[in-house]
Design a protein around this ligand. Structure first.
Ligand code: AQP
Length: 334
């Protein structure tokens, strides 16, 4: 029986962090043998907010290196650059015509990044239309390869829901063209929170680098960030959902995921100790955890990545062309 396909991606929009790894990339590596895996560096998504051209090129290669350093085997996984397959953008246009603007204005990511007010006021929004249409491009990315599964962090589940809606809508309005993909979020790493504002998710684009552990952070930087992480004044270690304990909860979650334990167990182990002890040990464990990824990253050359992009492009272009042609024919364009 042929394998099912998973599709996912990361934007080269900054420095990849622990949230990107635990919420997404690690899960791809875990299931790469079971699936036909397609892992994209979504550079067209990255330009929905301003990017420096040279930096964008550099980060696109860096993200692919981090995929490989995180355990994705380029012999088995198709690692590619989104802009190398222009059919994604063309399919996006087709899907745009069946997407309602109201659906897009509702998206949490759009609201967060555009600063839209909760009263829905839109007149003052001056962000690019690409940011609004971000989920439609994501739908095209997924549907063009008939992906069965999309492993993402929790913040992206709303975008997969709209992908499913658009696929169903297209299939009903025209013909059965698209596979309806399932969402996969790992129970443990689906939402790693900011170290400085623990009620918000850890993010590449957050202003303060202290808010995130970057995958390529040096050991002393990791230690400094963890020791500075926001907790609370109680200095008492227990695991619960009170907003005041959100910083501690996040540290316990991270600790448990990377040591293959449970947050409750870590809290029990440290119940007679202070936050300083917990943070010091967590920093040590994190340094060791990221070391193999960093070592492998340093061995991969830009040339290797560019060769992988070229090979993947050749493999994917005919698939994407074929699917796009079917969609165009269903609409009456071909
Ligand atoms: N904090 C997080 N916890 C768990 N998963 C996360 N992801 C992102 N942040 C966390 C997951 O990482 C994958 C790639 O994300 P993306 O590059 O597409 O953009 P994003 O979701 O908007 O992530 P960032 O890091 O916050 O980037 P910026 O700041 O550029 O927008 C996705 O699967 C995402 O769910």
């Amino acid at each position: 029986m042929s394998k099912q396909t998973f599709f996912s991606g990361v934007q080269p929009s900054g420095n990849l962090h622990l949230g990107n790894y635990l919420g997404a990339i690690k899960n791809w590596a875990d299931i790469q043998e079971e699936y036909n895996a397609i892992c994209c560096v979504v550079n067209l998504h990255a330009i929905t907010v301003p990017q420096d051209p040279e930096e964008l090129k550099r980060k696109t290669i860096e993200v692919a290196k981090l995929y490989i350093a995180s355990g994705l085997d380029p012999e088995k996984v198709t690692i590619f650059r989104q802009s190398d397959v222009p059919q994604h953008a063309e399919l996006m246009w087709l899907l745009n015509t069946i997407t309602k603007t109201g659906e897009l204005f509702k998206m949490t990511q759009f609201k967060d990044k555009s600063g839209i007010q909760s009263n829905g006021a839109t007149e003052k929004i001056s962000v690019g239309a690409g940011l609004l249409n971000y989920p439609v491009l994501m739908a095209a990315d997924i549907l063009i390869y008939d992906a069965n599964l999309v492993p993402v962090g929790e913040d992206q589940t709303q975008h997969i829901e709209i992908t499913r809606t658009l696929a169903r809508r297209f299939n009903k309005k025209f013909e059965e063209v698209f596979t309806i993909p399932d969402i996969y979020t790992s129970p443990a790493g689906k939402k790693i929170m900011s170290l400085t504002e623990p009620l918000k998710k850890m993010s590449k684009s957050a202003e303060s680098a202290n808010s995130r552990i970057e995958l390529l952070d040096e050991p002393d930087v990791i230690r400094k960030k963890i020791m500075k992480a926001t907790t609370d004044g109680e200095n008492k270690i227990y695991y619960n959902d009170e907003p005041e304990k959100a910083g501690l909860k996040n540290l316990l979650n991270i600790f448990s995921i990377i040591t293959d334990s449970t947050p409750e167990q870590i809290a029990e182990d440290y119940k007679d100790k202070g936050y300083g002890d917990l943070k010091k040990d967590l920093a040590d464990v994190l340094v060791e955890y990221l070391k193999p990824i960093q070592e492998k990253f340093n061995l991969i050359t830009d040339e290797e990545v560019l060769n992988i992009f070229a090979k993947s492009k050749n493999e994917l272009l005919p698939l994407a062309e074929k699917k796009l042609a079917i969609a165009k024919e269903a609409i009456g364009l071909e």
